[in-house]
Write a protein that binds this ligand. Structure first.
Ligand code: PLP
Length: 410
């Protein structure tokens, strides 16, 4: 019998165990859930290393190497002596290149002073939430959501109100639902397109409708997490809310990074863009916490932005093939409802017809057929599970067969 996937989601267990002796953990630390996706991927790796027959569809990162010209640029920067402290907000050349990308590619006019280079998209979110939110403020979070948002919001002392979006409604956020959820305490709305775990892409028309709601609520800011921007199904276009509604740009913050599009997860380079006073505050926070992102890694990121994009397109095309393979396979399984993922590299089917909650289901999948996937409860929807297609087509086929075997044996 495999050990439970993760103790932190066991309702009978405290989230983080306080130390037995004199040193006491803060309330903040005790309330934290460690990242379940990282924990499951690590556990699957460990079981494999122990010789068990495991198929893991839990990955949250591209399985490609960072393109050669980017690695070479970082190596050259290292050789050239970019090994010291740099400006906390990032190298000017990189901030300028990011501002240029946002202005040209996304239609969001941006200057260098509106960009902060961060340790991945995650730190961009962390810094933003820290400088925008006070205890008692409310964050609106459409579900399913990426599992770090609620933790990062709570670390800033804010409360989280989840806006459930149904699989049967294609996981779409209804503007009326947003309007009704906004309270005097609401300070921030989180939008993530293409979405993790749903793969949903918010269309221009939907953004216009959401913007119409936001115009009636001038105290509500928006963070747009665009980290999967390049991973789109054929025919789809990524739209930035700040380009669709430029009149709201002062309160729209963009989070993005190099991890997913350029296969640079380990480099830890991302960015936050938005109104200059907020970027200044987030830079000050960064200057007192982590300081600058690894100097030579920033030069690799600069090369990525300035270099050819065929590498990004090739990887995106491969993810499209695999996403189709995964979603077509899932659709063939009885009792599975799957809103078509349109981007990123996940599928988030509703499998509640099997009668198990997502944690129990994932535990049993690992235990009985050696399949590691992530329970939907971690993403705010206990009816679903998340499967990743950032693995080889053979691993996707293998995972689908294991899932089929498991359902047949229920
Ligand atoms: N936002 C979303 C939706 C993600 O899925 C992830 C990583 O999985 C991130 C942000 C953070 O990415 P990074 O590795 O750049 O911190």
């Amino acid at each position: 019998m495999a050990a439970p996937l993760h103790p932190s989601l066991d309702s009978t267990a405290p989230r983080i165990q306080p130390p037995a002796e004199a040193v006491q953990l803060s309330q903040r630390a005790r309330g934290l859930h460690p990242s379940l996706t990282l924990a499951i991927a690590a556990k699957a790796r460990q079981l494999k290393a122990d010789g068990q027959d495991i198929c893991s569809l839990s990955a949250g990162e591209p399985d490609f190497d960072t393109p050669t010209f980017i690695r070479q640029a970082a190596a050259q920067a290292l050789e050239a002596g970019h090994t010291r402290y740099g400006p906390a907000a990032g190298e000017s050349a990189l901030r300028e290149a990011i501002a240029g990308k946002l202005s040209r590619e996304n239609g969001v006019p941006t200057s260098l002073g509106q960009v902060l280079v961060t340790n991945g998209g995650k730190q961009a979110l962390f810094n933003l939430f820290q400088v925008l939110l006070n205890p008692g403020d409310e964050v609106l979070l459409p579900a399913p959501y990426w599992l770090s948002y609620p933790e990062i919001a709570r670390l800033a002392g804010a409360s989280v109100t989840v806006l459930p979006c149904e699989a049967t409604a294609g996981f779409r956020l209804d503007p009326q639902q947003l309007e009704q959820a906004i309270s005097p305490a609401t300070r921030l709305l989180v939008l993530n397109s293409p979405g993790n775990p749903s793969g949903i892409v918010i269309s221009r028309g939907e953004l216009e409708q959401l913007a119409a709601v936001l115009r009636r609520h001038p105290r509500v800011a928006v963070v747009c997490d665009e980290i999967y921007e390049y991973l789109l199904a054929p025919g789809l276009v990524h739209h930035s809310l700040a380009a669709v509604a430029p009149d709201l740009a002062e309160r729209i913050f963009i989070v993005n990074g190099f991890a997913k599009g350029w296969a640079m997860t380990g480099w830890r380079v991302g960015w936050l863009a938005g109104a200059e006073p907020v970027i200044k505050a987030a830079s000050a926070l960064q200057s007192q916490s982590t300081s600058n992102v690894c100097s030579f890694a920033q030069f690799g990121a600069l090369a990525a932005l300035e270099g050819p994009r065929d590498c990004v397109q090739t990887m995106a095309a491969e993810f499209n093939r695999r996403r189709s393979l995964l979603s077509e396979g899932l659709r063939r399984l009885p009792g599975v409802t799957l809103p078509q993922p349109q981007g990123a590299f996940y599928a988030f089917p509703d499998v509640s017809a099997c009668g198990l909650d997502s944690m129990t289901l994932c535990d049993r999948l690992l235990d009985r057929v050696g399949l590691a996937v992530v329970p939907g409860v971690a993403f705010g929807d206990d009816r679903c599970i998340r499967l990743s297609c950032a693995v080889s087509p053979a691993a996707i086929e293998d995972g689908l067969q294991r899932l089929e075997r498991f359902f047949a044996g229920l």
